[in-house]
Design a protein around this ligand. Structure first.
Ligand SMILES: Nc1ncnc2c1ncn2[C@@H]1O[C@H](COP(=O)(O)OP(=O)(O)OP(=O)(O)O)[C@@H](O)[C@H]1O
Ligand SMILES: [Mg+2]
Length: 256
C-alpha cells in the first residue's frame, strides 16, 4: 500500500532536570514523505536525527504537532514502521540466522518455509552465509551491524527507518551494502528514511537529502537529487551536490 507520512508542526523537547532547563531536540518540523522515496538525513551530532526517527517509529511522542500515516495519527510502534537503531540490539543468545528470523516471527509472518527462504536471502545480501550459526559475540562490529540491518530489511516495512545503518563498516563493504539496500528498496518501493554522517552516501542513495541544523533541531534545506541510479560518485553533478551540502553544513571549501 502506498503511504504518505506527514509531520505537521512537530517539536520535541527533553527536560534536563539536573540543569533545570530543556533541550529543544526538534522545532517546528513540517514534512511530507511518500512511498518510493529514499530520504537521506544529514546534520551534525545532536541536531535531532535519531529523535525524528524515534518519533516516526512511535517510540516517543512529540511535544507539539502531529505525525500521521495516510491521515492516521502515529500513536505507538507498528510493524509497518521498522527501525534499525544506531546502537544495534542483537540478541546475544540467538545465532545470526535466528536473530534475523526473529524479526520475521515478530511481524507475524512466520510461515516456516517462507521465513527460511527469506533468511537465506538476507544472509546472502549481507554476505554472512558462512556465519549463520555463529553468535553475535563471535562477530566483528561491522558483521553485527549487517545482521541488525538484515533484521530490519526482512520484515519489508512500508516505512523503513535506518539510523546510521552502515556506520561500522569498512568503505568497501559499505559501498556494497549501499547497493544492496538500494536494490531491495527498488524491489519493495517502500519509504526509506536513512540517517548518515557520510555526505557521499546521502547523495549516492537518496532521492532527497534533508540537511538539518542543531539548537534547536530543524530542517535547513531539502535537496532533490536529480541523478539516475546507479549513480556515479565522480560525475560533475554529484560533485556539485556534495559541494552544496557541505556548504549547508558549514564545511564548504574556500575556492583556491
Ligand atoms: N531521551 C533523551 N533525554 C534527554 N535528551 C535527549 C534524549 N534524546 C535526545 N536528547 C537530546 O536531543 C538532542 C538531539 O538528540 P539526537 O539523538 O536526536 O541527535 P542526533 O542528531 O541523532 O545525533 P548523533 O548524530 O550524535 O546521533 C541532543 O541534544 C540530545 O542530548
Ligand atoms: Mg543519532
Amino acid at each position: 500500500m502506498a503511504v504518505v507520512l506527514k509531520l505537521d508542526g512537530v517539536s520535541k523537547s527533553f527536560a534536563r532536570v539536573e540543569k533545570n532547563d530543556i533541550t529543544n531536540a526538534l522545532e517546528n518540523i513540517n514534512l511530507e514523505m511518500h512511498s518510493g522515496e529514499f530520504i537521506s538525513l544529514v546534520g551534525t551530532s545532536g541536531c535531532g536525527k535519531s529523535t525524528m526517527l524515534r518519533l516516526i517509529a512511535g517510540l516517543i511522542t512529540p511535544t507539539t504537532g502531529t505525525l500521521t500515516v495516510n491521515g492516521e495519527k502515529i500513536e505507538g510502534p507498528a510493524t509497518s514502521r521498522g527501525m534499525m537503531f544506531q546502537q544495534h540490539t542483537l540478541f546475544p543468545w540467538l545465532t545470526v540466522e535466528k536473530n534475523i528470523a526473529f524479526a520475521d516471527t515478530m511481524a507475524g509472518k512466520n510461515k516456516e518455509q517462507a521465513s527460511v527462504d527469506e533468511v537465506n536471502r538476507m544472509l546472502k545480501v549481507i554476505g554472512l552465509e558462512n556465519f549463520r550459526v555463529d553468535y553475535p559475540a563471535q562477530l566483528s562490529g561491522g558483521m553485527q551491524q549487517r545482521v541488525a540491518l538484515a533484521r530490519s530489511l526482512i520484515c519489508k516495512p512500508e516505512i523503513l527507518l535506518l539510523d546510521e545503518p552502515l556506520g561500522a563498516l569498512d568503505s568497501f563493504t559499505r559501498m556494497n551494502m549501499q547497493d544492496e539496500i538500494l536494490n531491495l528498496w527498488k524491489e519493495n518501493k517502500q519509504l526509506v528514511i536513512m540517517v548518515t554522517h557520510d555526505v557521499d552516501e546521502a547523495i549516492y542513495m537518496g532521492t532527497k537529502v534533508l540537511v538539518m541544523e542543531p539548537h534547536p533541531g530543524r530542517i535547513n534545506n531539502i535537496i532533490d537529487i536529480d541523478l539516475e541510479y546507479p549513480r556515479n560518485r565522480a560525475s560533475s553533478k554529484f560533485v556539485e551536490y556534495r559541494r552544496q551540502i557541505l556548504d549547508l553544513l558549514h564545511f564548504g571549501q574556500k575556492e583556491d
